[in-house]
Design a protein around this ligand. Structure first.
Ligand SMILES: [Zn+2]
Length: 434
């Protein structure tokens, strides 16, 4: 029997996974996000140069909110989640080049697999806020969206991922850092601290200004990722691509830029040293609400107020964070390297180098047209070593390799880089084609 158009239409509706009405869990997360942001805003200002000791007003009050929230989640985690307050001194032009005290808060969910637990996947929002003058530690600076929203996303992610039975192979770190407005000082410290603890950064997300949609028709968060050299791009771009594969194009808008034009954020200290790091930001920013003293002027309300927020959207950002963090922390490590050879021959050759891993099923060889942005799976192989792609030129496409776990989880892709050139004066085994 031929199905009717109506039946096909129903089937088509059921087949679209991501666009269903928000689940009850999502609305609970939105309520939770509202409660967290309200507590942060109640601190009056969270300028990094404000008081660290006054429990009622200043960034110390904001730190207390993060410590309390992470602590509640840790208490329910059966001792798996650990809360750390990292106190440090730092300086920069926006501290008047004077050393000032700052504190970051981390919640660490240690990986369960000795092979993977020294790799950390990190999500961070910034605790600090600012008024019109970045050096003004006195005026109100509610920082609901910038970046109470990012701190809330980090806390929501800690709650969701630390309540999963079994945990993940790699370590997950949920951060709320200070000093962003003072020049990314807390994120620089976070990177340094991770190194001191012996962690490799497998991936890093900064959630910054992720709490409003401002009437935008497109409700997808923007995910910014750095470019790179020809055919290689950047690890952050691979992280963005993997997120889009997991979530669908309906749920994220990739922007292939390191950040918004001429601006920056806490992912940059990671991007600058070649680590996989991306920035989440809401679809449409309203500049009257950012970096402004709270005031009304000619009928316009300025300031970063809670009433401009969209908490279901913020909960969706946290859900997207959780999707990519859970995937990468459960997956095998990416290949150590993928080298493309076979130029001026009829067969491209890819050499995959990877550590042994009993939970890995194999590797996917990925391919894309140089004009395309998204990978396609060309073939799968079981073991590292050389893969010969018959009748495939090295010249016309880009290639990459990623690891696949026995449970189907996939690592970030590692783009193929050229084999080192032979020494000057060496003679090719066969004459090259013309
Ligand atoms: Zn910010």
């Amino acid at each position: 029997m031929k199905p009717s158009c109506a039946a096909l239409a129903v089937f088509a509706l059921l087949a679209v996974p991501a666009l269903a009405a928000p689940a009850p869990a999502a609305s609970a997360a939105a309520d939770e996000a509202r409660a967290i942001v309200s507590e942060l805003v109640a601190c009056g200002t969270r300028n990094s140069l404000s008081s660290w000791t006054d429990p009622k007003r200043g960034i110390g009050c904001g730190r207390d909110v993060a410590v309390k929230r992470f602590g509640e989640i840790a208490a329910k985690s059966g001792g798996r989640l650990k809360v750390i307050v990292d106190k440090y001194e730092t300086s920069g032009p926006r501290t008047g080049n004077a050393k000032v005290p700052m504190e970051n808060v981390y919640a660490v969910l240690e990986g369960t697999d000795p092979l993977r637990q020294k790799t950390a996947y990190v999500v961070s929002g910034h605790l600090d806020s600012r008024a019109s003058d970045v050096m003004d530690a006195k005026s109100d600076a509610p920082g609901a969206d910038d970046d109470g929203s990012g701190v809330a996303a980090s806390i929501l992610s800690a709650a969701a991922l630390s309540s999963r039975p079994g945990g993940s192979r790699a370590t997950l770190i949920f951060a709320a850092v200070a000093g962003e407005e003072q020049g990314l000082l807390g994120a620089r410290r976070l990177k340094e601290w991770l190194g001191q603890q012996g962690y490799q950064v497998g991936g890093m997300i900064t959630d910054d200004i992720v709490g409003a949609t401002n009437g935008s028709k497109d409700r997808r968060p923007r995910v910014f990722s750095e470019g790179g050299p020809d055919g290689v791009e950047s690890p952050g771009r691979e992280m963005a691509r993997r997120l889009e594969e997991l979530a669908g194009r309906e749920r994220v808008r990739l922007v292939f830029r390191r950040d918004r034009f001429g601006r920056g954020g806490d992912h940059l200290p990671f991007v600058e040293v070649g680590l996989p790091a991306v920035r989440f930001t809401e679809p449409l920013e309203v500049y009257e609400h950012q970096h402004q003293d709270v005031r009304e002027d000619k009928g316009v309300q300025y300031g970063d107020l809670i009433r401009f927020m969209d908490f279901p959207f913020l909960a969706e950002v946290a859900a997207l964070n959780q999707a990519i963090l859970a995937e990468l922390a459960a997956a095998p490590a990416p290949p150590k390297s993928a080298v493309l050879g076979g130029a001026v021959t009829p067969a491209a050759k890819i050499r995959i180098d990877a550590e042994p891993d009993p939970d890995r099923k194999g590797f996917e060889i990925l391919q894309r047209e140089t004009t395309d942005t998204r990978w396609k799976v060309l073939r799968t192989v079981g073991e590292p070593g050389q893969v010969v792609l018959d009748n495939t030129s090295t010249d016309n496409e880009f290639f990459a390799v990623r690891s696949v776990g026995k449970d189907g989880r996939k690592s970030l892709a590692v783009p193929c880089v050229p084999a080192p050139a032979p020494p000057v004066g060496s003679v090719p085994a066969k004459p090259p084609g013309r």
